[in-house]
Design a protein around this ligand. Structure first.
Ligand code: ADP
Ligand code: MG
Length: 602
């Protein structure tokens, strides 16, 4: 075949192959256009899963009648005019491809009335010839724009065959609509399917209304377990809702992240959040969140993929660190405070002084060098979780203090079956899983001691027989450029050839780990992200194992003083709400709960 220029119809259909996969992608493009047009109200009508009809009406700025035909032409956009604009683009669209692509595979009608103008104009573009009408014709319509897309893929049988059942197509479309509705609280949304209202969301200005919208979209359960976070650093702002670890999921299906108002699914972001939850989730469980990050658009490249789901950060490290730290501190902040904050309470005899805590931690540091499972018990002992309280007994104290002075987790009453601690606080009954709680307290203490140590680097131990490893030369180069960090983490490595390495010293804490596997993973992390969290996670995993072995076993009956000491430790420990596996460590039954249980009216 000789080389020929493709007809524009075919060019558009090829482009449609990228951006118009199914009715849901049509809806996404149309909704994004409405948001870009500054709409505050958007109404969607869908028939037969969007295959028969997908119509979006908005009250945005509208399109001047003279530009209607341009809107349907390829590479025509009002959103950017230069490379400079592209590099700091803040709108959702900018490629000028969506409308002509959709029009080339459907029957499309565009009706628009420019804001402040009293007439609406309409234009058709029917796939087969894909030449917009020469001139717009007068139409009836409110201020804003209506785009109606009928009979998707009617002229491209191969694409049509890929469409699934109406129900499946609808479910994709529904997901897109909900995601866009999550992305802009300030916009009211309605979605009707086959004439029935499916979503009807008012604009949500206050946090309370926003939480209602999230509950309507992500479910009440999520909202009940959600923590609100809001954090800023430099010119990055993160806000949103993250689920407590007790509401983890078996699939990563409740993870919504919006970057400057655009839904993105990015590796850097996903792994930053995952790392933040690392301590409190079982492996294989996934956190749930709805998060909004605002940052300078010039630092993000959204032109990395036609559907713009993927983004590229100019420098991903600060973004990663910022998200991880923000989420981590919110997860860590979940220590016990039924009603009140632990810091308000002054029951000095029961609380450890900072000096005592420091003493515990330094004794812990000495013992880390020779840690095996039984030694875990020693560490727990040294933590003083069950140290005897000075003088007075807890009961005497409990009798003396008024309700306001009772600490958040209260005073112990009994140890049930050697498993649950029952305690009385100002609200009613507290029930604690002693083992889970102790494990968490021990683990956090171990971690503190690890980070206290890391000023001098992890404690190292030489290998009697140095380990030789064969790697790629790129990986061996990495060990040289990152030698300082690797040393900090406890590794002493020598290059022994262009593609081989000798491991001379390793972290004491990891001496039982498979060093070769760990090091390979660490290097591939460094290669992929410029850094590695894997080693730190490996250390944390090890600390968790030690904490578990060192924690009080079920069926050992604790004395009241021991129980009270544990309760006080929990109040001071970050993340004491969940054990290391994300299960709750304690729960509260208030007097109202008990009254309800016994159907006692007050
Ligand atoms: P892009 O969004 O990448 O610019 P589109 O093909 O989606 O490309 O739209 C082309 C142009 O049509 C937009 O740049 C915009 O000017 C106009 N347009 C499309 N939809 C709307 C709408 N709902 N309201 C106002 N203008 C619109
Ligand atoms: Mg667009």
């Amino acid at each position: 075949m000789p080389i020929t220029q493709l007809p524009s119809q075919l060019v558009n259909q090829i482009a449609a192959g990228e951006v118009v996969e199914r009715p849901a992608s049509v809806l996404k493009e149309l909704l994004e256009n409405s948001l870009d047009a500054g709409a505050t109200r958007v109404e969607v009508d869908v028939e037969q899963g969007g295959i028969k009809l997908c119509r979006v009406r908005d009250n945005g700025v509208g399109i001047p009648s003279a530009e209607l035909s341009l809107a349907l032409s390829r590479h025509a956009t009002s959103k950017i005019a230069s490379l400079d604009d592209l590099e700091r683009v803040a709108s959702l669209g900018f490629r000028g491809e969506a409308l002509p692509s959709i029009a080339s595979v459907s029957r499309l009608t565009l009706i628009s009335r420019e804001r402040g103008n009293d007439a609406a104009w309409s234009m058709n573009s029917v796939g087969n010839d894909n030449k917009p009408d020469e001139q717009p014709v007068p139409a009836a319509g409110q201020e804003g724009t209506s785009v109606e897309v009928r009979d998707l893929f009617y002229n491209t049988p191969a694409r049509r065959r890929f469409l699934r059942t109406e129900r499946t197509e609808y479910s994709h479309l529904d997901r897109v609509a909900r995601q866009i509705a999550l992305s802009r609280f300030s916009v009211a949304f309605r979605l009707n399917h086959n004439g029935k209202a499916v979503l009807n969301l008012a604009a949500a200005a206050t946090q309370e209304h926003q939480e209602q919208r999230i509950a309507a979209i992500c479910g009440k359960e999520f909202m009940q377990h959600a923590l609100y976070i809001e954090h800023g650093a430099g010119d990055m702002q993160l806000r949103g809702w993250i689920a407590r670890p007790t509401f983890s999921r078996s699939q990563p299906d409740l993870q919504h992240f919006f970057l400057n108002g655009r839904a993105v699914r990015d590796r850097v972001i996903v792994s930053a959040v995952r790392q933040a939850y690392r301590d409190v989730l079982f492996s294989g469980r996934h956190p749930a969140y709805v998060l909004y990050l605002e940052m300078d658009p010039a630092l993000v490249d959204v032109n990395a993929h036609p559907t713009k789901h993927e983004v590229r950060f100019r420098d991903s490290r600060p973004v990663y660190d910022f998200i991880r730290r923000s989420v981590e501190s919110a997860v860590a902040g979940t220590h016990p405070k039924p009603g009140q904050d632990a810091s308000q309470f002054t029951v000095p005899a029961l609380l450890n002084t900072p000096g005592e805590l420091a003493a515990e931690q330094s004794s812990l540091r000495f013992s880390l060098g020779a840690t095996t499972a039984p030694a875990g018990q020693r560490i727990a002992d040294q933590l003083g979780v069950y140290s005897q309280l000075p003088g007075q007994t807890a009961q005497e104290l409990a009798a003396d203090v008024s309700d306001a002075e009772i600490p958040p987790l209260g005073f112990a009453i009994a140890h049930l079956q050697g498993i649950y601690i029952l305690a009385r606080n100002s609200e009613g009954l507290v029930i604690v899983d002693a083992h889970a709680a102790h494990e968490r307290v021990t683990y956090e203490a171990l971690k503190n001691s690890y980070s206290a140590d890391s000023a001098e680097g992890m404690q190292r131990q030489p290998l009697l027989i140095p380990l030789r490893m064969v790697l790629s030369s790129v990986e061996v180069d990495l060990t040289e450029t990152h030698a300082a960090e690797l040393l900090q983490l406890g590794f002493v490595l020598d290059r022994s050839g262009p593609d081989s390495l000798t491991v001379r010293e390793i972290p004491v804490l990891l001496r039982d780990a498979d060093i070769e596997v760990l090091l390979r993973d660490v290097l591939s992390d460094i290669q992929a992200t410029g850094d590695s969290d894997r080693l730190e996670s490996a250390v944390m995993d090890l600390l968790a194992t030690m904490a578990c072995h060192g924690s009080v076993r079920a069926n050992r009956v604790l004395t009241l003083d021991e129980m009270n000491a544990l309760l006080r430790q929990m109040e001071q420990t970050q993340r004491a709400d969940q054990c290391n596996h994300g299960r709750p460590t304690w729960t509260q039954l208030s007097m109202q709960d008990l009254d309800r249980l016994f159907q006692r009216g007050r």
